[in-house]
Design a protein around this ligand. Structure first.
Ligand SMILES: [Zn+2]
Length: 267
């Protein structure tokens, strides 16, 4: 499932390719996603208007046409775009095809159909994102206060921190030296401070790696969100811990998700 840095990478790629282009024809192919895709009439306010910018908010991509309405895309688990020079024959799992004024075609595909495409306005209020200046120890301290749920479940709660998923939550807890199954309310102020800094460092490094993987005119396809990131604990079950080289990485299940950690480095 694409996490914040992956969604951000796609937003930047779309921005580089689509700036000043416009949607000349909205062709709904297979409307059933998590929410029904709007038809051409419902999407009239975002067609034939120049694309001003593409932004990411949490794990959503917003295509901004400078008007009241934006196109909001959520990739769900398996959503992706394909940008092609001409209108393609047919893509497997294609749900929406947008013919652009430049003659190119932008197709949205989603095999598992957990994604969504909506015509909407920008959210007035948004959840704190894991970036410097937004996620602060004071904020995280309040969020953790008295909570019995595990710290990993808490930092992955999209209403607490927007965009932190399984991979980056595991890496952040490893960097901060905190066990993922600790009750959130048991964290001491020093640990909260370390965790905050770790979340920000991990996400900012991944966001940078994603952007660095793109060229000036990036290809947009199912591989755009796939870039190399170094993971130290995520998916490293039974491997030797890269930090202490004493313990093997353990795995527990937290909220139904596999969670790897080093029992020696993380307390
Ligand atoms: Zn270790």
């Amino acid at each position: 499932m694409p996490e914040l840095p992956e969604v951000n990478t796609l937003a930047v790629a779309l921005a580089r390719q689509l700036h000043n282009d416009s949607i000349s024809s909205w062709q709904r192919l297979s409307p059933k996603l998590r929410k029904l895709i709007p038809d051409a009439a419902e999407a009239a306010s975002v067609t034939c208007r120049k694309i001003k910018s593409v932004k990411r908010v949490a794990k959503n991509i917003f295509i901004d046409f400078g008007g009241q309405h934006l196109l909001k895309i959520h990739l769900g688990m398996t959503g992706y775009f394909c940008l092609t020079r001409q209108q393609p024959e047919a893509f497997k799992h294609a749900h929406l095809q947008l013919l652009l004024a430049s003659g190119r075609t932008l197709t949205f595909c989603d095999p598992r159909r957990f994604g969504s495409i909506e015509v909407t306005s920008l959210p007035a209020a948004r959840v704190v994102e894991p970036f410097a200046g937004e996620l602060t120890p004071a904020y995280l301290k309040v969020a953790c206060g008295g909570r019995e749920c595990s710290i990993k479940a808490l930092i992955m709660d999209q209403q607490v921190i927007a965009g932190l998923g399984n991979i980056y939550a595991a890496e952040s807890l490893f960097k901060a030296g905190i066990r993922p199954d600790r009750p959130a309310g048991s964290l001491k102020p020093g640990e909260i401070k370390k965790l905050c800094a770790a979340c920000i460092a991990v996400i900012e490094a991944a966001v940078k790696a994603g952007i660095d993987s793109l060229g000036e005119r990036p290809e947009i396809n199912d591989q755009t969100t796939h870039f190399d990131i170094e993971t130290l604990v995520y998916d490293q079950h039974d491997e030797l811990c890269p930090k202490c080289r004493k313990s093997r990485i353990k795995m527990v299940r937290i909220s139904g998700r596999s969670s790897c950690f080093c029992p020696n480095c993380q307390k």
